[in-house]
Design a protein around this ligand. Structure first.
Ligand code: ASP
Length: 348
């Protein structure tokens, strides 16, 4: 399968072979993502980022990834500053913007909008999050992170026990992730959520149809036990018509819970942002020194993975190996203050 020229609207697009090809390309591009090498395979190309909903990581990491490949970026955030506010249809906006660029990354609060937008253009459109629907580039970087984290312990993804925790109903990242992890074999997937926030039935059925075991739990204390991966998520307050009930404090994934129930070699991930306000009961900051917490390795992995995707969608993946050369500017050895001990001790 070739990704060249394709819209990336859902994780449905990928099979295991394609994922592993993207991992290999993302590995090759990691020194470029870290500012150690240069690979200008998209020199002259232009990406448009259109974000009709709040974003930090997706927009900035997509833009950074495109710029690191030598491309240029134009961007617009918020419907209120675009002609949509003057009554323009999404289809017209799509046709117009597509004339200005070679690839569009778009986020929109309505699930259907990205499909409507993509139907009006042959320029590849990448879904940067559509309402409570999907977030395929997040799932790609999550898979790349998992692949790297398990590889440190000499393990693969097949046969693992994965616990997905939190607002599994509205969390689009876990929807896309379910479609990708289930491309692997023999998994036990534990969906840990208060009942009204459970994983959509269609995704549970998909997992079962691919031969995996599903367990449902509304108690993190038992649901996280023995998991190889704990994937926590934020309560998607913006998707509720009325004020949502916060998670009970049982759902706070913190040092005390992790030390009571998690494996020594568990991997703890979260798509971020984590809600750090008092009473939010999200992933706690008291885990920041715990080497199992992979959230910043996960955000870092977003750059090479998105570079790999853009290079593939624009048909430039094969040019990458020949384009790599050393970078000529200063970069610190480790990005964050907590990174050095991890990388020094990790069997990388
Ligand atoms: N950043 C992710 C998203 O846009 C997760 C979240 O917002 O909770 O879906």
């Amino acid at each position: 399968m070739s990704l060249t020229g394709k819209h990336v609207l859902s994780s449905d697009l990928f099979d295991r072979e394609e994922l592993e090809r993207l991992f290999a390309l993302a590995d090759l591009l990691t020194p470029v993502a870290r500012g150690r090498q240069v690979a200008r395979v998209l020199e002259g190309a232009v990406m448009a980022s259109l974000f009709f909903e709040a974003s930090t990581r997706t927009r900035l990491s997509c833009e950074s990834a495109f710029l690191r490949l030598g491309g240029g970026v134009i961007s617009s955030t918020g419907a209120e500053i675009m002609s949509i506010a003057k009554g323009e249809s999404l289809a017209d906006t799509s046709r117009v913007v597509s004339g200005y660029c070679d690839l569009v990354v778009m986020r929109h609060p309505e699930e259907a909008a990205v499909h409507e937008f993509a139907a009006a253009t042959h320029v590849p459109v990448i879904n940067g999050g559509n309402g409570a629907g999907e977030h395929p580039t997040q799932a790609l970087l999550d898979m790349f992170t998992l692949h790297q984290e398990f590889a440190r312990f000499g393990r693969g993804l097949d046969g693992r026990r994965l616990a997905l925790v939190g607002d599994l109903r509205h969390g689009r990242t876990v929807h896309s992730l379910m479609k990708l992890v289930t491309l692997y074999e023999d998994l036990t997937i534990v969906c840990v959520a208060p009942e009204p926030l459970g994983m959509p039935v269609g995704l549970l059925e998909l997992a079962e149809s691919r031969g995996h075991r599903i367990e449902l739990s509304d108690r993190p204390e038992t649901g996280l036990k023995d998991a190889d991966l704990v994937y926590a998520t934020r309560l998607q307050t913006e998707r509720f018509a009325d004020r949502p009930l916060p998670y009970s404090d049982e759902f706070r994934v913190d040092r005390a819970l992790v030390s009571r129930v998690c494996r020594e070699d568990a991997v703890i991930m979260h798509p971020l942002p984590r809600d750090s306000r008092p009473g939010s009961n999200d992933l706690a900051t008291d885990l920041n020194q715990d080497p199992r917490l992979a959230i910043f390795r996960q955000t870092d992995a977003g750059i090479p993975m998105r570079m790999a995707l853009f290079a593939s969608v624009l048909g430039a993946a094969e040019a990458v190996p020949g384009a790599l050369r050393p970078a000529g500017w200063y970069r610190p050895d480790y990005t964050g203050p907590d990174d050095a001990p991890f990388y020094r001790n990790a069997a990388l």
